[in-house]
Ligand binder design. Structure first.
Ligand code: PLP
Length: 363
């Protein structure tokens, strides 16, 4: 089956097979990868290789630290203001969908989390126009969600260039659902972060890539375990890290490098998204996507059938055809196809073939 889940999402088959084998016996350790100490040489080698490969894959500049931490993107959203803003300081959020609002909710208890711009009034069908942003002069950072997984809205091209040029405060971006999907100039950001479970590996671990000077900010009172500077100094091992997740993340990153890296995935992802949007737009209104063309996500494509009464039949028949997890998020309804790096082009071709046949049968 082809799995279009938004996350936890499909993983590359070679990664799953290697993970399966090492779950029983890891190298000559005489134990499973799940059973070895995170402080022993075997796991230290795994952790260091994963970071080195991620640095290569994403061309991470040397003046950026990488922190691997337990928890998801929401955990990072909660830790950003604690680490990078003073108590009550203004933090600007540019909101283009559900996850931007989540980020504000996680921050609002300890900083002045301001909505600098939002496209909510238009139903989150676009990114907020740069001209409408109301930035605070004293903001600790400006936050945006590079790709809104539910609403299918992505900062692309001119929009993204405008955003990275905005204002004096460092730009912090949630790349949970588009990290490693195309080349990115990380030097334009103060920090980027992602929960792993879309493009990077299994759920349970997050990655924060942060410019080192931001780690010198005092932030506000927090437990030592929530201190990103301390985590960076301890190479993400202040306590027992989610070692299995880190290991499988490393396998996934290595797989992406072996496949040709982010430039190759950019080409594949562009072709996959073009194929699906063309099928939707060419269906004569049978299917529709409501996002402004310049902000359409390459990773998550929400779409609606012309008659919602057909939704259940569509999902049932899709499943019989080996196309699973197409149900849209409850916030939007309809359908959603997630096309992360591990989704092969053949999967998208199978989906558009099915959509055409469904329209012919039920049209
Ligand atoms: N940000 C984005 C863009 C997401 O897609 C998600 C989850 O799907 C989250 C944040 C929340 O991530 P987590 O569940 O890992 O906390």
């Amino acid at each position: 089956a082809y799995n279009f889940s938004p996350g936890p999402a499909t993983l590359p088959e070679p990664v799953l097979r290697q993970a399966q084998a090492t779950m029983l016996e890891f190298g000559d350790c005489g134990a499973s990868i799940l059973e070895i100490s995170h402080r022993g040489p075997d796991f230290i080698a795994v952790a260091q290789q994963a970071e080195a490969d991620l640095r290569t894959l994403l061309s991470i500049p040397d003046d950026y630290a990488v922190v691997f931490a337990a928890g998801g993107a929401t955990t990072v959203q909660a830790l950003l203001p604690l680490n990078f803003a003073a108590p009550g300081q203004a933090c600007d959020y540019v909101v283009s969908g559900h996850w931007g609002k989540t980020a504000i909710r996680q921050a609002a208890h300890c900083v002045d989390a301001r909505t600098a711009a939002s496209s909510e009034a238009g139903g989150f069908r676009d990114v907020p126009a740069r001209a409408d942003w109301q930035l605070s002069p004293d903001a600790a950072y400006v936050h945006l969600t590079a790709n809104e997984t539910i609403h299918g809205v992505e900062w692309r091209d001119a929009h993204l260039s405008e955003a990275v040029e905005a204002g004096n405060a460092p730009l912090v971006a949630d790349f949970s659902s588009s990290i490693a999907s195309e080349p990115l100039d990380i030097a334009k950001f103060g920090a980027i972060y992602a929960g792993a479970q879309k493009n990077l590996g299994p759920v349970g671990i997050s990655v924060l890539i942060v410019r080192r000077d931001l780690l010198e900010r005092s932030g506000q009172p927090r437990a030592p375990i929530f201190d990103y500077a301390a985590q960076a100094r301890a190479e993400s091992m202040l306590n027992t890290p989610p070692s299995w997740n880190w290991y499988v993340l490393g396998l996934t990153v290595k797989w992406m490098l072996d496949e040709g890296g982010v430039a190759e995935f950019a080409r594949r992802n562009a072709r996959k998204a073009a194929l699906l949007y063309a099928a939707i737009d060419g269906s004569g209104g049978y299917y529709r996507n409501e996002v402004a063309p310049g902000a359409r996500s390459r990773m998550n494509v929400p779409f609606f059938l012309h008659d919602p009464a057909l939704d259940r039949t569509f999902l049932d028949e899709a499943k019989q055809a080996g196309l699973v997890a197409l149900k849209g998020h409850r916030v939007l309804g309809g359908m959603r196809a997630s096309l992360y790096n591990a989704m092969p082009e053949a999967g998208v071709q199978a989906l558009v073939d099915f959509m055409r046949e469904f329209q012919q049968a039920h049209g």
